[in-house]
Design a protein around this ligand. Structure first.
Ligand code: FES
Ligand code: FE2
Length: 465
């Protein structure tokens, strides 16, 4: 916020200087100066003098109350602009949400670490499924920019070359192990190591230049991961058997014409599969997500009687796409009830398309246009996930509506986060007939594991973490 104020102030000063300079330099100045009460032949110094007089008179008239009013109005205007027109941005770090902090003097990160250590993981499936995973939001990676990313048990450098294409390569340089993501420079479409300046081509990872060697050995290479950009994300293909991409995510119609309206990020202490499985667990919606969003995200208090008169209601179904087995589809009807009476006019149809193991896009059709929320889950550690949401809108949907949808989703997700952070994975759950979609979803999700998919047990045995 401070930065925005500073930029605005600089802009105002620069604009004022420019206006005065242009006015002074432009022809017909004398006539215009006359209009402001200055004699013909006035110069820049006269203009400055007149301006100074007006400012001094204005300042003399001010009282502490009027100054306070101006400051308050400026602040309110800025806040209004921010609420109505600026995209939403909030990031919840490790420990920020979904834990019980009994005592404010206890560090919330310590509480989160303690829960993470004590929680029994259960007999979890492999920790990194095969498929496309978010590396970074496209808008956070500019041309010539390099970022260091840890995910899927890999240390990676992601950069954007001069042709605008993003590349994902292993972060550690094969020469002496420097991290390309920390101080590496983009040169053309290559990345240059910060240690001795070796250059690697993003496309295939081949080393193309060693500044002090007469010849580049054929085997000098870094691993370059298959990547694409879609849904406003840089996605990377991960496959435990080292397969090239076996399928590609489908386009979202008209996505390029939609307007970006905000971003949220959460860190969750759980196995990756717990998050998408939520989509097929229709019965948790009625229990966990019924309390009104203003009743908060702390499950000890969210189901309080104060908000009983207004509730959310859900009908849903989940199925595998008939034409593409990598796609799962959740259809939801969101209903709002006041004093037990459903307000049908406020019904909202949502379609959530699960694209492989880690990407979901949700489409909300409204009479003002379509809103599209892109959701991603990336394992940053075997049992730690980063969940992101970005929202895009088209038609006449104002920014504030897009932001509201994103915020409402974040509130509901944070209720799940409190469950995920503390739960164990039940390999053989005790399901009733009405839970049949959970079993169906597990069968669908199992296609994303293969023989060499990394397992938690193996890693524990080898003391890898
Ligand atoms: S460690 Fe990268 S060039 Fe030497
Ligand atoms: Fe949920």
């Amino acid at each position: 916020m401070l930065k925005n104020w500073f930029v605005s102030l600089i802009l105002i000063i620069v604009s004022a200087i420019l206006i005065v300079a242009v006015t002074a330099a432009s022809p017909g100045l004398s006539e215009r100066l006359k209009m402001f009460g200055l004699p013909l032949g006035s110069n820049l110094a006269d203009v400055g003098h007149l301006l100074e007089q007006h400012i001094l008179e204005f300042v003399k008239l001010q009282t502490p109350i009027s100054v306070l009013c101006y400051s308050l109005s400026t602040y309110v205007l800025y806040k209004l602009y921010y609420i109505l027109f600026a995209p939403l941005y909030f990031v919840r770090k490790h420990g920020d949400v979904g834990y019980i902090i009994e005592n404010k003097s206890i560090n919330k990160k310590d509480v989160a670490n303690d829960i993470k250590r004590r929680r029994k993981a259960g007999e979890v499936p492999p920790v990194y499924p095969n498929g496309w995973f978010r590396v970074i939001e496209s808008r956070f990676l500019k041309v010539f920019e390099v970022k260091y990313v840890s995910m899927l048990g890999e240390e990676l450098a992601v950069y954007r070359g001069e042709d605008g294409k993003a590349h994902v390569v292993n972060a550690y340089c094969p020469h002496l192990g420097a991290n390309l993501g920390v101080g590496g420079q983009v040169k053309g479409n290559c990345i240059e190591c910060p240690f001795h300046g070796w250059k690697f081509r993003g496309e295939d990872g081949k080393c193309v230049d060693i500044p002090y060697a007469s010849k580049v050995p054929e085997f000098a290479k870094i691993k370059s991961w298959p990547s694409i950009e879609i849904y406003g994300l840089v996605l990377m293909w991960y496959h435990a058997e080292n397969s090239e991409p076996l399928w590609y995510p489908p386009e979202i119609p008209n996505f390029d014409k939609m307007r970006y309206q905000g971003y949220t990020e959460h860190q969750v202490n759980a196995h990756i599969q717990e998050v998408p499985e939520n989509g097929a667990d229709i019965n948790h919606l009625t229990h966990l997500h019924t309390p009104f969003i203003l009743s908060g995200t702390d499950l000890r208090y969210s189901a309080n009687s104060f908000w009983d008169w207004i509730t959310h209601g859900w009908d849903g179904n989940w199925k595998q796409d008939e034409n593409d087995k990598h796609i799962g589809e959740l259809t939801l009807l969101h209903k709002l009830s006041l004093f037990g009476i459903e307000i049908k006019k406020l019904n909202l149809n949502v379609t959530a398309t699960q694209v492989g193991p880690s990407i979901v896009h949700l489409t909300f059709k409204t009479f003002l246009g379509t809103a599209c929320m892109v959701h991603s889950i990336t394992p940053v550690e075997p049992l730690v996930q980063k969940i992101t949401h970005s929202i895009y809108v088209d038609g006449f949907i104002p920014t504030i509506v897009g932001k509201f949808l994103l915020w409402a989703e974040a509130v509901q997700i944070e209720r799940d986060v409190m469950i995920w952070n503390h739960k164990t994975y039940v390999d053989k759950p005790l399901l009733v007939k009405e839970d049949h979609l959970i079993a169906k979803h597990r069968r669908w999700y199992s296609q994303f594991y293969s023989e060499n998919s990394p397992r938690l047990k193996l890693q524990k045995d080898t003391l890898d973490f």
